[in-house]
Design a protein around this ligand. Sequence first.
Ligand SMILES: NC(=O)C1=CN([C@@H]2O[C@H](COP(=O)(O)OP(=O)(O)OC[C@H]3O[C@@H](n4cnc5c(N)ncnc54)[C@H](OP(=O)(O)O)[C@@H]3O)[C@@H](O)[C@H]2O)[C@@H](O)CC1
Ligand SMILES: [K+]
Length: 600
Amino acid sequence: MTELLTAAQMREIEQAAMASGEVTGLELMERAGRGVVDAIFEEWSDLAQASLSDRGPAHQQEGGRVPKAVVLCGPGNNGGDGFVVARLLKERGWEVHVLAPENTTKMPPDAATNRSRWKEVGDILPLNRDGLRSARDADLYVDAVFGTGLTRPPEGELAELLSYLAGSGGDHGYFQPRMVAVDVPSGLCSDSGKVLGCPEPEPFSSLAPYARLTVTFETPKPGHFLAHGPELCGQLVVRDIGLTKWRSVNADGRGLRLPRLQLVPPMPNGPDEPHVHSRPTLRPKIRGHKFDHGHVLVLTGDRWATGAARLAARGALRMGAGLVTLSAPRDAAPEVAAQITALILRVEDNADQLAETLEDDRIGVVCLGPGLGLHARAQERLDAVLAAAPPPGKGTYLGRGRRLVLDADALTLLSRRENPFQGLGKHVVLTPHSGEFARLFPDISARLAGPQRPKLLSTKDFTGEALQEGLAAAMAYREALSAERGPAYSKVDAVRDAAKRSGAVVLLKGADTVVALPDGRAWVHAAVYDRSAPWLATAGAGDVLAGFISGVMARGHMPHEAAILGAWLHVECARSFGPGLIAEDLPEVLPSVLKALLQP
Ligand SMILES: NC(=O)C1=CN([C@@H]2O[C@H](COP(=O)(O)OP(=O)(O)OC[C@H]3O[C@@H](n4cnc5c(N)ncnc54)[C@H](OP(=O)(O)O)[C@@H]3O)[C@@H](O)[C@H]2O)[C@@H](O)CC1
Ligand SMILES: [K+]
């Protein structure tokens, strides 16, 4: 899989490479700048053709237009990459305008060297709106203001410039300039995909430019896939700068950098694994009895509320579980019986009867939550399931422990228990959406959300104490925003913390789904860029996901593998079906997706 590297990890790798003496920082910067220029010309062949060095001086004599670039260089090494890009474009005959800070006292040495090289061939304009005004109407804008070293929200002239570029200034809207971001759009935190200092839910781009193309180095960064990253990056391209050898070692040359974060599925033909299969692998079904393929028990809700569990059950069955049983309270049984064929129905009169059912060791996976309800009886059923699936080591079910998927109402019920996470372990997969996550992990969720915008005052509050309080809250909010620091607390950090606290595998849903284990291993499953599946935002899709994960576990996968594979197949089904998808379609389209997986 493609590894996603944080800013700190990138620095570590870069230092390990430089410490080896096999490569210098200057060489890496040259490779980065060249990678950006190559990617630009691959993306826009008309720009490559317009370059004078390709077409010869005759082009100019024929009255051909000289292409024009504006390169914005920041105070660090991202700016250094920008100076390389500027020089390379100039060498190809472009008219290049460079905007950069005047104060260079803190500039890192490699960036300073490239600044000096640029100064030999061109001028530098101030890095502000005035500088931009005097270099208007370019064919290409290169954003090399901040990369992985963003530490705080931009302020003053820089904030003004970035928000102007972001579109709030008018003529630099999303559809206009060919804006290329070097590493990340400036202002976007490369670890979290958050825009530092940007009020939510304002247009998040108000402090970072929308790029049409983002060229990053060596591996993608988490922020390219999390939160606002995908919307700001445009097209994402990864360029090899030759650091592979140092990717798995510390700066002292030893040991793996842990914990690891991986992208599911890998970037197709990414520079790191050019020959890698770009999809996760599902274990093949081997010959055998239906019980050899796993028995999943799905708990339904009460009468009139059984649809969600039936969706999950059908998802598990289509995934290849040998047997799927629905356990329904007596009053719900007729409704369930009328709706199912290949599924089995078991009627429960109370939680004791459910406990009896659970004595059957052949039930390897239990899925509960979809439509379960939030009343006392639902709580008793949850307790019965948890009691009958002790954490591994304390009980034996087929030698590997029974596995659970807790979704929807089961998560809310967990959050209401005195000790919410008692009885959980790595045999349990929790699949919350953001609201359920906030109920289970309120402090982690609040930290992830960042400063919360105070309520808007209504006209009746425009007097006395209410007004004073409102103004104080607004001031505090502004201060909290400007105090945000990078790298920001990310969805990956949050899910890792949640997995550690609960002891379970946690899958936090979204277009940027994150799965984490209590030991810190984590995966980002992103339905973005060319894998986006907006049709998945439909009622019941989450219930099917719970069923898919249960089905994958029934086929013998570990819970975290099942979470990753389930999420991946869920998106594949949505992509395969396309617009008009409803949750019922997901299990029905799964066979063709699974069949395609069997093709070589
Ligand atoms: N690692 C690698 O392998 C390779 C990395 N490469 C490139 O290097 C880039 C990382 O470079 P980098 O570490 O110098 O960070 P970068 O993003 O240029 O910014 C740091 C500067 O900005 C400043 N600053 C921060 N926030 C600010 C704010 N709000 N407002 C104002 N200032 C602010 C910060 O100041 P400080 O926080 O220290 O006060 C510091 O001066 C990376 O993205 C890639 O493009 C390639 O060359 C190839 C190999
Ligand atoms: K940038």
